[in-house]
Structure formats: C-alpha cells, structure tokens
Design a protein around this ligand. Sequence first.
Ligand code: ARG
Length: 356
Amino acid sequence: MGVSKFVVYNLFLLVFVDQLVSGFDQLWNCSTHIEFASRERNCHTLYQRRSPASVDSFSMAPSDMSQVHAPQTQSDNFSQNSSTYDEDDGEFHFLVTNGYRPEEDDLVKFLVSVRLRQGSKFFGGDHLCGGCLISRTVVLTAAHCLVDESETVLSRNKLKVVAGTPRRLLETSSTQQIKVKKVRPHPEFSADTLINDIGILLLKSEMQPDGRFVAIIPLVDKDPPAGLKCTVIGWGAIFENGPLPDEAIRGDLTILPNEFCYSLNFFEKGMICASNPKDFEVDSCQGDSGGPLICAGKVVGIVSFGNGCGRPFSAGVYADVYYYRSWIEHNAATCPLASWFRLLLITLVMQVLRAH
Ligand code: ARG
C-alpha cells in the first residue's frame, strides 16, 4: 500500500471508529439515577456544590414572612408604581417598573446569552434566550429555548453561547463565545403545557470564568420557601411587547406561596412563581426565558412563562431548579469515556480491522 493510501485508509478508520466510540458515549451518558450513583466518581460533575457557608442562606426573619402575600390589587398599585411613561416630565423611562440597573451589577456575570449562530447582521441581534453557567461547559436554560414549534430539538450547529457581555449588543475583550456540543431539553418537556421547561447545553469547550464578567453560579441546595427574596436578570423585553434592551435589566422578586401559584393558568409541580409584592409590574418578559432567578447567590428558578408581563394579579412562572436538581446533575455530567480509554479502544479496533 502506498504512503498516501495508507494515510487515507487510517484516517477513514479513525473517523469510523471515533464515531462508533462516541455512539457508546451517548449510551453511557449517566442519564439514569442508578447509573449516575454507581459511576459518580468517573463522571465530570458540576463544579459548584453546596458550600458549608451557605447552609443557612435561606433562613428568614419572621417579619420577612409577613410580607409574603399574593400580588396586590391594581388600585393598590396605582398610587405607588412608576409607569412605563412618566407623565410628570413627559420622559420615556422605558422600564418594566422597578426593573433597574445598578451601577455595579454583581449578577450579570452569571447571565449568558443563548444565540443563533447565523441570521443576524450585528452582534447580539440573534439573542434567543438567557441562561447561566453551572460549570465551565454546562449552561442551564429553558427547554422551550431549545426546541422549535414542532418540539424538534434544535441542531447544536444552530446555537452558540455568549458570556461576559453585560451589553447584549457590544462585543468586548471580556466576551466569550462558544459553540454547542449537545442540546438537551428535558425529555418530558411539553410545549403545550410548558411542563418540565428546563434544559441543558453542553459546550464544545470551556468558558473561562474571570469572576468579574463571567462566573459559574451554584445550584440551589434547598427547597426555596415562599417569601424568599430573589432577583431575575435578563435582556428580555422592557415591557410587554416592548423592545429588548442592550444592557441587562434586573427585577427584584419574591417567591410566592404555592396556594397562590396554583391559581395561575398552567402552573404545575416543578414550577415556582414570583412577583414583586410592592409592584406588580416587576416581572420577567419575552427574551428573559432561560435566564436565572437568583436568590442568595444561587440559581433557584429558570424563566419560563407568564400571562403577558407585569400584569396585576399575576406572577412570572419559573422552572424550579431544586425540583430538577437530579435531572440537572445527571445530564450535566458528560461522563465521556476517559480519553486514554477512548484512544486504547480506537487503537484496538483499528488493529482488528487492519488484521482482516
Ligand atoms: N416565555 C418567555 C420567553 O421566552 C418568558 C416570559 C416570562 N413571562 C413572565 N411574565 N414572567 O422569553
């Protein structure tokens, strides 16, 4: 066999065997509880586990609890809210009321933008959804961001994840963009009921947390109680049917009691709901989906849906991260065949094939 033929032959074999081996990888992806438990040590698991210091991060003073009530009536609010249009000075304030941008945003580092890889002429015009990094290579987002209208999973080649870019439309030296290796919406997600609206993107390479613009957020490690104070952050619409902002906006919310949440259409188990008891207009909105609801520095909810945005007597609905914690852990674990084992297998199979 000539040298070039030999090279082509081996290359062909290598690709073939590599495909075969990654097929195994799929089968062996730690997707069941028992499998995961028995192989935990071999798997690549999340970096951020519970930290001892955070054990009591959810305890609330009794006075906090007294503030937990269902969203107030519209008339309550007319006196105290600022609206999207301020009549006093005729200026357009653009905010979903009380959405705000602090001078120094210490949460935007947790927010990533899930984007389409093609289709926008300018940076950030292809923003699809929010998300957050739960390890260097794993993004937590909403399942509805990862499927099309017919519930077909989007091709990984269509997506990318952009981190370190507090301004959606501005690429800076802190911006990191990474392609997607695997798209994993929850397998029982339903676009009709929005049940199990949680999903994972495995990245092709690692994001580099810099602590300032890009950071990994820990998963919540306790069932979040009603009354817990949280913040949602995203590049979603600044009011119902409004435009998307350039800079990420935050809204301060409180987790509402289940009794109220179950009064909302489509609310089911695996969901939590939140609003601002003082101002019903504070809410997430279109484009915020997939982004994190952050409480005491941990991701507690994933923006999922609502009836419009910022309406009275309503609340935003979020996938309950604590409820899905084992699904997240199992699916975030890539559990690849260790590279040395992969190499060994490739060599072996190549030897066998060549011998024939
Ligand atoms: N489904 C929306 C999205 O895809 C998020 C809506 C959240 N709505 C709300 N009222 N909290 O971006």
